[in-house]
Ligand binder design. Structure first.
Ligand SMILES: Nc1nc2c(c(=O)[nH]1)N[C@H]1C(S)=C(S)[C@@H](COP(=O)(O)OP(=O)(O)OC[C@H]3O[C@@H](n4cnc5c(=O)[nH]c(N)nc54)[C@H](O)[C@@H]3O)O[C@H]1N2
Ligand SMILES: Nc1nc2c(c(=O)[nH]1)N[C@H]1C(S)=C(S)[C@@H](COP(=O)(O)OP(=O)(O)OC[C@H]3O[C@@H](n4cnc5c(=O)[nH]c(N)nc54)[C@H](O)[C@@H]3O)O[C@H]1N2
Ligand SMILES: [Mo]
Length: 757
């Protein structure tokens, strides 16, 4: 059964259940109220105002994801004897949920190919191994991957160490996430991040929510959307699937909303997957037809408008309808709202970036906004809804293959060092080079590089070709079981709110948060900053003028960041003032932009055909309510009414057309691989011709095609054939995880027995 709204009492009951799991509501409440930036999405909760307070000072802002993440960090240690009991082969049969709930990692571990088990080692041995390998290798045979949960300080230090060690193979999970937004936005405004603040969102009278499911993935944003509607404004949703929480949401911190629910979407447009470029073009065309374009603004503040207007003129409605999958009068309805809006905000997520034309999608959003002068004034602008809680900060800190010129120069000057100028590899580039043996060693600061990759079979092979892979992690994930090099090291780290020293993070609204840290919950894990400083000291001491030991103090790193990263000057004083701040130069409330000409730019493009062979479906791989990326907390997806994850959601018309019965087991096949034993679910909330599966399991099917401009994989646009399983077909191969768990496979050795102590 699908619920008829998102949020609501189920979110509240969930809080109580989680509280019981971690030893009571008081313990959880205290943890949630500590002065640390929230660990989940990048909306920017917490910090010095205390947890559960947003940037606009609203309290209590709570979401299931932050409770899940907190409860996961509050688990006990993985119990003694765990790694002697379970072999790596057995860990490979664990589900992501079972791995996560095994407990916190507390001891350094090593796995050497040929052995059956991980075994624990001392910190000294772990460092000795890693240092010896690093010293023996040419630097360009190594890569350094960062997820988006670590602090600015750890990120800055590690990227600086990697570069002084000698390589620019430095990148972060953004290359699988919002990279297309960064590249696209830079080409529009000259700056790669949101042009608005949180308060702008609440003051808007129209918000576009494009290719995202914030009801599930950024639940705290729902309060803002509710407020926009209460103020008489509108919300236009563009999404091939009807996500129930975007239709109606009960905001848990609002009594009226809890009792009666809050309507969210005013108009819900359902394009085909990949139909956004055509749809956004159609919206723009209609704005011009209505005489609602702001010609003055285009003349005074923009470049590229004539070419774009010509494109609109030359694109017939027939083509727009065909390539978007949306009827003209539906487009007109949304365009009417936009034509009347005074302050419009365009927010988007992975439905826009996870395409081979992700950057063009972002540019098309920019075009539509600029057409009515909706960038460069309060209450209006562009808002990529970021994923990880500090992914934006990690980018600001220079965790990209190429440093921004200003950062490059200031870093060299500040520390009197020489940085490498060789081109660095992005994330997929590293995976590809590793797969042909050109890279030998990888270091992963958090995340799950294996689980987040397209083409899982390739990812296993690629990481398997490495000699050494070192993970700095809080809990176990599928990467630790399947992403195995000849020698795999796991170094256990502290979570943000257990750090002995304060750290900082940056929200998607360009707001810098100061996190106090807090008492260490478990013996064993070490602070990321300390680990990185020690590693750098052991590898580079005496060869660089930097006092790496002094970098064990996060405040010393902040002093360097304040001098080196433009916009972070206030970090120099933050330990004294505790004053959180807005990064200057990124919010555009005036139409003066950061491009060389100071003008914004409109772009033109060719709208892609959405061809299939007739029987194929276009597959999106998405998150469920109960997961955070590759970490699955619950197998059910409340909002989509699914109680398991080994499913493909297909429109009933398509099921009929393909001759597949609801709940029948099928084979799903793409150019990258196939999954057997998948259950075909009848799902009328998805636009027919399209299908939905859950990430990361579906990564066996995602090819490695990327957007050439941003190198973001097309995780949401995979052509698949769905074929009935025939009873006589061989049973699925599970030894390498290549098949989804079936009923039988789910009964892994661990099921039922696994419990954190
Ligand atoms: N609960 C939870 N919260 C999270 C995360 C999580 O895993 N779980 N992950 C965090 C991270 S790192 C990120 S990046 C964000 C991700 O947040 P989202 O981007 O919201 O998450 P997804 O589930 O990847 O997909 C989003 C939506 O895109 C739609 N979509 C798919 N294809 C298309 C298309 O072609 N066009 C359009 N217009 N829409 C399309 C899908 O129907 C779906 O509703 O969430 C962050 N927050
Ligand atoms: N098919 C498909 N693939 C996708 C996507 C999709 O929508 N579809 N989405 C993509 C996106 S948007 C993203 S962002 C990537 C996600 O890519 P990643 O960021 O690489 O993966 P996560 O699953 O978020 O990483 C979770 C792990 O981080 C570790 N961790 C948690 N907290 C901390 C901490 O404080 N410090 C450290 N050091 N480690 C910590 C834990 O060990 C946990 O298991 O996946 C991408 N892959
Ligand atoms: Mo992400």
């Amino acid at each position: 059964m699908r619920p008829n709204h998102g949020g609501g009492w189920q979110a509240v009951f969930y809080t109580w259940r989680k509280a019981r799991e971690v030893g009571g509501i008081r313990r959880l409440w205290k943890a949630m109220r500590s002065k640390n930036a929230c660990k989940t999405c990048a909306l920017g909760m917490g910090g010095q105002a205390g947890g559960m307070v947003n940037e606009a000072g609203h309290f209590p802002e709570v979401c299931k994801k932050s409770l899940q993440a907190m409860a996961a960090d509050m688990q006990g240690a993985i119990r003694a004897g765990f790694f002697e009991t379970y072999s790596v082969a057995q860990l490979q049969a664990f589900s992501p949920r079972e791995l996560e709930s095994s407990g916190r990692l507390t001891q350094p571990l090593v796995y050497e190919r040929g052995a059956q088990h991980y075994r624990s080692i001392t910190w000294d041995e772990a460092f000795d191994r890693l240092v010896a390998r690093l010293k023996a290798l040419p630097a360009d045979e190594t890569f350094w991957y960062f997820s988006g949960r670590s602090s600015n300080e750890a990120a800055f230090l590690l990227q600086m160490f990697a570069r002084l060690y000698g390589t620019n193979n430095v990148n972060n999970c953004s290359y699988y996430c919002h990279q297309a937004s960064g590249v696209g936005l830079t080409s529009v405004t000259g700056s790669g991040t949101a042009t608005v603040k949180l308060e702008d969102l609440e003051n808007a009278d129209l918000v576009f929510v494009i290719g995202g499911n914030p009801a599930s993935n950024h639940p705290r944003m729902m309060r803002s959307l509710m407020q926009v509607r209460r103020n008489g404004g509108h919300v236009v949703v563009i999404n091939p699937a009807i996500e129930v929480g975007l239709v109606n949401f009960a905001v848990p911190s609002d009594v009226r909303s809890m009792l009666f629910g809050s309507p969210i979407s005013s108009v819900y447009l359902q394009p085909h997957i990949g139909g956004d470029l055509a749809l956004l073009t159609g919206l723009a065309k209609r704005i011009v037809e209505l005489g609602a374009a702001d010609q003055q603004f285009l003349n005074d503040f923009c470049d590229g408008a004539p070419q774009f207007l010509q494109l609109l003129d030359e694109t017939p409605w027939r083509e727009i309808e065909l390539k978007s999958g949306v009827a003209r009068d539906e487009i007109f309805r949304a365009a009417d709202l936009y034509a009347r809006a005074k302050r419009a905000i365009f927010a988007w997520t992975m439905g826009i970036t996870h395409h081979a034309n992700g950057v063009q999608n972002v540019q098309a959003i920019g075009n539509l906004a600029l057409l009515r002068g909706m960038v460069g004034r309060p209450g209006a602008g562009l808002l990529p809804i970021r994923g990880h809680s500090n992914v934006q900060g990690i980018g600001s800190m220079g965790v990209t293959p190429k440093l921004r010129d200003a950062v490059f120069e200031r870093l060299q000057q500040h520390f009197q060092v020489q940085l490498p100028t060789t081109p660095g590899l992005d994330t997929l580039g590293c995976m590809e080079q590793a797969s042909i043996g050109a890279l030998k060693l990888g270091v992963c600061l958090g995340g799950n590089l294996y689980g987040s990759n397209p083409d899982a079979r390739f990812a296993r092979q690629s990481l398997g070709a490495l000699e050494t892979l070192a993970y700095l992690s809080t809990t176990l994930n599928t990467g630790h079981a399947h992403g195995l090099a000849k020698e795999t090291l796991i170094l256990p780290v502290l979570a943000r709110d257990e750090e002995p020293q304060p750290t900082t993070q940056e929200s998607m609204f360009n707001y810098v948060r100061y996190s106090d840290g807090g008492p260490q919950r478990l013996d064993g894990p070490r602070s990321e900053v300390e680990i990185v400083a020690d590693l750098a000291d052991r590898v580079l001491a005496g060869t660089t003028p930097i006092d790496w030991r002094a970098m064990r103090e996060a405040r010393n790193i902040r002093q360097a960041i304040a001098k080196i990263v433009p916009g972070f000057e206030e970090l120099a004083e933050i330990d004294r003032t505790r004053q959180e701040f807005q990064i200057p130069g990124r919010t555009f409330h005036e139409p003066i932009f950061a491009t060389p000409s100071r003008r914004a730019r409109l772009h033109t493009f060719t709208i892609p055909e959405l061809q299939t062979n007739g029987d194929q479906l276009r597959l999106m791989t998405v998150r469920s309510e109960g997961q955070f990326n590759t970490v699955v907390y619950e197998d059910y997806d409340v909002y989509r009414g699914q109680d398991r994850r080994d499913v493909i959601l297909i429109h009933p018309d398509d099921l009929r057309r393909l001759g597949i019965a609801p709940n029948e087991r099928v084979i799903v096949r793409s150019s990258a691989g196939e999954l057997r034993n998948v259950i075909a679910k009848s799902y009328d909330a998805i636009r027919s011709g399209n299908a939905l599966m859950y990430y990361p399991e579906a990564n066996e099917l995602v090819p490695r095609s990327v957007d050439p401009a941003s190198r973001t994989p097309a995780f949401k646009n995979v052509l698949v054939d769905v074929l009935p399983m025939v009873a006589t077909l061989p049973t699925p191969a599970t030894e390498n995880g290549a098949a989804l768990h079936t009923d039988d496979a789910v009964g892994s050795p661990s099921r039922g027995k696994l419990k954190a102590c």
